[in-house]
Design a protein around this ligand. Structure first.
Ligand code: HEC
Length: 95
């Protein structure tokens, strides 16, 4: 009788990870909302192939620059995509 819940567990895990990543609701002075949304989509699509997604708060702005430069080749993203992901990551609402 408990079996089906075990089957659902990985699914729940997947969703819970994705929802922890903030959804942009407004743009900033420098970055329009469309770019933040694009950045989030790119981050989810390009950066989760090899490892789990780190939360934006895990690294400082400088830390993200270093990590994104390291990961750019692995993820095969353009400079423009990298910039969009970067903008998304560093504009996370501060807790
Ligand atoms: C082809 C596989 C692959 C893809 C795609 C990938 N990564 Fe990684 N990532 C790795 C591996 C392997 C490591 C751990 C080894 C290392 O630090 O080089 C890692 C480590 C990291 C770390 C931790 C670095 C540290 O020093 O602990 C961060 C942050 C990260 N990746 C972010 C990203 C982001 C952002 C993207 C998307 C742009 C991305 N990764 C895409 C393979 C990948």
């Amino acid at each position: 009788m408990y079996k089906k819940y075990f089957l659902l567990a990985p699914l729940f895990f997947l969703f819970s990870c994705a929802t922890e990543l903030y959804q942009p609701i407004t743009g900033t002075e420098k970055v329009p909302i469309e770019d933040l949304k694009k950045g989030r989509t790119l981050y989810v699509n390009k950066c989760a192939a090899c490892h789990h997604l780190r939360l934006p708060s895990k690294y400082s702005e400088k830390g993200w620059v270093v990590n994104l430069n390291k990961m750019q080749k692995k993820a095969k993203i353009t400079d423009e995509d990298k910039q969009l992901i970067y903008q998304y990551l560093i504009n996370a609402p501060k807790k």
